[in-house]
Design a binder for this molecule. Structure first.
Ligand SMILES: [Zn+2]
Length: 173
């Protein structure tokens, strides 16, 4: 097999030997371009019982509230990715306490990990993709203006455990 060059690939869809589903396979070098689900990582960052939410300034769901979260990048652990997203979206500095939940949305090829974290700075502010940030107590959460079902799940699951130390991570309700 030829060594793969970044630029040689001319893909066709076929089932590689020993595989059982169609993949994009390069005619020239044989490289198989696997297309697998993506990982989203996010934080439920808490300050004195209040949770940090970001009002999205990008589509989808522009204008709706979300937890700081985004796609994991190469070279990052999930924890590092979640902290980076909180920094980018809300200028937040946080300390991760524990894994809160793992949700999967097979229809769109996503696995989402949310961590419960302690928010460390008071001066959170809207980042590039955010219109506004806010800290919401239990009774203030804008349930009817949340961007995604998984944001609602993570907030409800956080409310179930509060600051409890021992619990099994939640999955899709
Ligand atoms: Zn190739």
């Amino acid at each position: 097999m030829l060594k793969r060059s970044k630029y040689c690939c001319s893909f066709k869809l076929c089932v590689p030997d020993g595989d059982n589903r169609e993949r994009l396979v390069c005619n020239v070098c044989g490289h198989i371009e696997y297309d697998n689900p993506k990982i989203v990582v996010g934080l439920v960052a808490i300050d004195n019982g209040r949770v940090l939410l970001c009002k999205r300034d990008i589509n989808p769901q522009k204008g709706f509230w979300t937890l700081p979260a985004g796609f994991l990048e190469h070279g990052e652990s999930p924890e590092e990715g979640a902290l980076r997203e909180a920094s980018e979206e809300a200028n937040a500095i946080a300390k991760i306490e524990t894994l809160l939940s793992i949700y999967s949305i097979p229809e769109i090829g996503l696995v989402q990990l949310f961590y419960r974290a302690k928010l460390l700075n008071k001066d959170v502010s809207a980042g590039e993709e955010t219109q506004a940030v806010g800290l919401f107590s239990k009774d203030e959460i804008p349930w009817s203006s949340l961007a995604f079902p998984s944001v609602e799940w993570a907030l409800k699951h956080y409310q179930e455990i509060g600051s409890k130390k021992q619990f099994a991570p939640f999955t899709n309700p």
